[in-house]
Design a protein around this ligand. Structure first.
Ligand SMILES: [Zn+2]
Length: 143
């Protein structure tokens, strides 16, 4: 039985595209976060906004269409769970709520609420705001 074996070599697509220059680096994000108390993300020309570090728009696929966007950090809880068995970094804070927050500025982020310790402390739809903290992760408080 004969088998067909492909003999054409394909170059990886990444070697054929020009390098993408981000509008800010991860280091610049953390500098703005820690020193200025600002949340700096990205906004694409198609309207997509995110706080996640990206090099191209996940919605429209364009590269070099991103500009810096500052987020206020206000939003609503869209999902959460109470963490009773946390990672080492949070062992002194448990229990706390780990939440997905729909930001009013147009992005969904994950973060945690150190003051939400019981199920009755938080509910879906609660308004929250980001607060600068010496702790890791995005810390939110109820409005
Ligand atoms: Zn886009």
């Amino acid at each position: 039985m004969a088998m067909h074996v492909a003999t054409t070599k394909h170059e990886p697509a990444a070697t054929k595209t020009a390098p993408v220059t981000p509008t800010h680096s991860v280091g610049e994000f953390y500098k703005a976060y820690e020193e200025e108390g600002k949340l700096v993300g990205y906004e694409c020309s198609c309207g997509y906004k995110t706080l996640t570090f990206i090099l191209e728009c996940p919605r429209c696929g364009k590269q070099n269409s991103l500009k810096d966007a500052t987020f206020k950090g206000n939003g609503s809880v869209i999902a959460f769970s109470l963490q009773n068995v946390p990672a080492d970094e949070f062992v002194n804070d448990a229990p706390y709520a780990y939440a997905l927050v729909q930001l009013d500025d147009g992005s969904v982020v994950s973060g945690w609420l150190p003051n939400a310790k019981r199920p009755e402390d938080l509910k879906i739809g609660d308004k929250v705001h980001w607060t600068k903290s010496y702790k890791i992760g995005m810390v939110f408080e109820k409005d």
